[in-house]
Design a protein around this ligand. Sequence first.
Ligand code: PLP
Length: 473
Amino acid sequence: MDDLEAFRTEGRRLVDWIARYLEGGEKLPVLARVRPGEVRGSLPASPPEKPEALEAILADVERIIVPGLTHWNHPGFFAYFSNSSAPPAILAEMLSATFNVNAMLWKTSPAATELEVVVLDWLRQMTGLPEGMFGVIQDSASSSTLVGLAAAREAVPGLEARRRGLVGQARLRMYASDQAHSSVEKAGIVLGIGQDGLRKIGTDADFRMDVRALAAAIREDRAAGWTPFAVTATVGSTSTTSIDPVPEIADVCANERVWLHVDAAYAGSAAVVPELRWLLRGCERADSLVMNPHKWLFVPVDLSAFYTRRPEVVKAAFSLVPEYLRTPEESVAPNMMDYGVSLGRRFRALKLWMVIRAFGHEGLAARIREHVRLAQVFRGWVAQDTAFEVVAPTPLSVVCFRWRGQGLSAEDADRANEKILDSVNLSGEAFLSHTKLGGRTVLRLAIGNVRTEERHVQKAWDQIRNAVGLVNR
Ligand code: PLP
């Protein structure tokens, strides 16, 4: 397996294959067409006894794995929050695996730690976050939110949850809108806050947190004996990309002395566009914040940027240093293992660094600006077609809409929209996903792929209109 000649030969061939895949990926069906168990059935049930040639293994990647993939790098990928990998980041992943450093301590790879510090500071500057915010890379926004809320719990005076646990202690309560991502609730489950410890606050007609309801809920909970400790505001909610009024939420948090965490997992990246910096208004007052370059900054999964104004609290929540991890530099250089759950940490900073350098701030901003324009173009087409309706504001690159199903009951119209979605997704040209708003089925077209152009959005719209014809036949 240390046959470096075969590595050279297959490596060259693989890079060519990757380039062809990226060039021609749109000829593949975006959504995998395999049935459950089909890929597994094509693979040997037991491992090989003898070594196999790289050539044979890579042939199976093409024969078995590729047909079983949903192609996130396809420019017709419009589901969830679409994300994509730019070539510099693909090369960075190869380098990261080549170096295979573990960025747990400064000493275990000084360059990995220091590049992480620098590149997260670059991203902070590019998005207009204030100086002094400390950044650390986590694997996902779910982990970043867990870290932020664990720090919030650590900051509760006199609780000492880290040492004493929560049994027999004050009941903690945290708040997020009814549009917040499930990772907030999951963090509550992990941290012992419990699902009852999350109070979901209602939203206005534009799906933004109702700040008066938040303030009233905190007051009411205090009176009832709860200990409010954290609010998660969402900048770019998952269903509609709504943006909570962070400045007003920050006022409530300051008055009530509770931690403000901001989930900007999707929308944070858009703040690299100068005219979209307003998105993060108020976030300079956040105690912690997450944005995911692996969602909308063309960096492959996984890379989540976690920022905090209070790194000492995050460290107090997580740092646990056994003798074998002690180093003489710990007082002068950060050890990133102190700011999260994992000890071992991949060298993720490399891919963000390479993407920022290869695109430049302007190049990244131009791509995101174009995605926002394309969303407005698509919204215009939907709005002009009386058979359809747009059902939420489109501040960024996601359009929520549905086929009206005039004359049908609500249930039948919902079912028709589900069929339209299935039909579009079966076409192989586009992949969209759905959500529920006000109890009704809604289709989402989410633009975010670095290779998506207007012709791909046009093709998706053609497929949607075709599907209406098919469903109503
Ligand atoms: N927060 C928001 C607003 C999201 O939309 C998502 C995922 O789409 C997440 C958090 C979770 O992201 P991750 O997959 O990085 O955990």
